[in-house]
Write a protein that binds this ligand. Structure first.
Ligand code: ZN
Ligand code: ZN
Length: 284
């Protein structure tokens, strides 16, 4: 189990690897562009080669993930926004290929009341188009969401139905511990985690789990709110994370922190240390 974090690319893509090193991260996740914007500016080739060289030196080459922009909504009824979302994810998949990232983690979006069945064909067509246009082997990784309102992908059944509908070997899944908890999957008790991961296994298949967003939760079980907390300081708590880290399904899956940080500056050495000490305790 590699333990890593989301890191900023401010100053250039390769700077993210420097920040990862400072956190002693064994895996990193980055944005390829400003996450609250549609703007996509190309990264200069020298930045891309610097990224690859630094990632190799840092030993994280095989554990780099991109996270798509937050504006993407493949379930939207707005055709302009749908096209923007597709273009954005194509750009991200191409970038993943260029920098040697495993793939692109993204949120499917919201159907705004239309219902999952009504939007599934559009989501399927959008994903098929992206995979066709970005013709490399980078994964497209669906992240489960916190189950707010009309979000698509808050339960494992919907994710499985998208994967079945697309039927591409490039589809994978990222499990966010906070989002799972918020959407009603108990990640705070040993029995709850066992039941959650058994359901994940039967619906999605554990072989499709390629990343975990390791975040504690500011809000209680089933609160349907996307509110990350530092490891051990939220409703999942130290006990919950000890059981998560110890669960066999996660044994070889990279953990990526997206926590506020003790100093509210994002993932930090303290949160990294908490997960690493749980991992050390597990292997005894
Ligand atoms: Zn996440
Ligand atoms: Zn979140």
């Amino acid at each position: 189990m590699r333990i890593g974090a989301h890191v900023s690319t401010a100053g250039g893509l390769d700077k993210a690897v420097d920040r990862g090193l400072a956190l002693q991260a064994e895996a990193i996740q980055i944005f390829g562009s400003a996450p609250q914007s549609w703007a996509l500016k190309p990264h200069p080739p020298e930045t891309i080669s610097a990224f690859r060289a630094k990632a190799a030196d840092a030993g994280v080459s095989d554990a780099v993930f991109l996270h798509g922009v937050y504006l993407v909504n493949l379930a939207t009824e707005n055709e302009v926004n749908l096209a923007r979302g597709i273009d954005s994810l194509v750009y991200y998949l191409d970038l993943a290929g260029a920098i040697g990232a495993k793939g692109v983690i993204f949120h499917v979006g919201s159907h705004k009341g239309a219902g999952f069945d009504a939007v599934l064909p559009q989501i399927t067509a959008a994903i098929n188009e992206m995979l066709r246009r970005a013709g490399n082997d980078a994964w497209l990784i669906i992240e489960n969401n916190a189950g707010q309102g009309n979000q698509v992908g808050g339960n494992f059944r919907e994710i499985r139905r998208i994967m079945d509908s697309v039927a591409s070997p490039r589809m994978r899944v990222c499990l966010d511990t906070q989002h799972s908890f918020a959407s009603g999957y108990d990640m705070a008790t040993e029995a709850g985690i066992a039941a959650t991961m058994a359901e994940f296994g039967s619906e999605i298949g554990v072989e499709n789990l390629v990343a975990v967003h390791a975040n504690d939760s500011k809000t209680p079980l089933g609160a349907a709110a996307d509110r990350h907390e530092n490891i051990g300081e939220g409703y999942i708590g130290y006990e919950g994370f000890r059981h998560i880290v110890g669960h066999p399904v996660f044994r070889d899956v990279p953990f990526l922190l997206e926590v506020p940080g003790v100093e509210r500056q994002g993932p930090d050495l303290e949160n990294m240390g908490r997960l690493k000490s749980m991992r050390a305790a597990r292997s005894e």
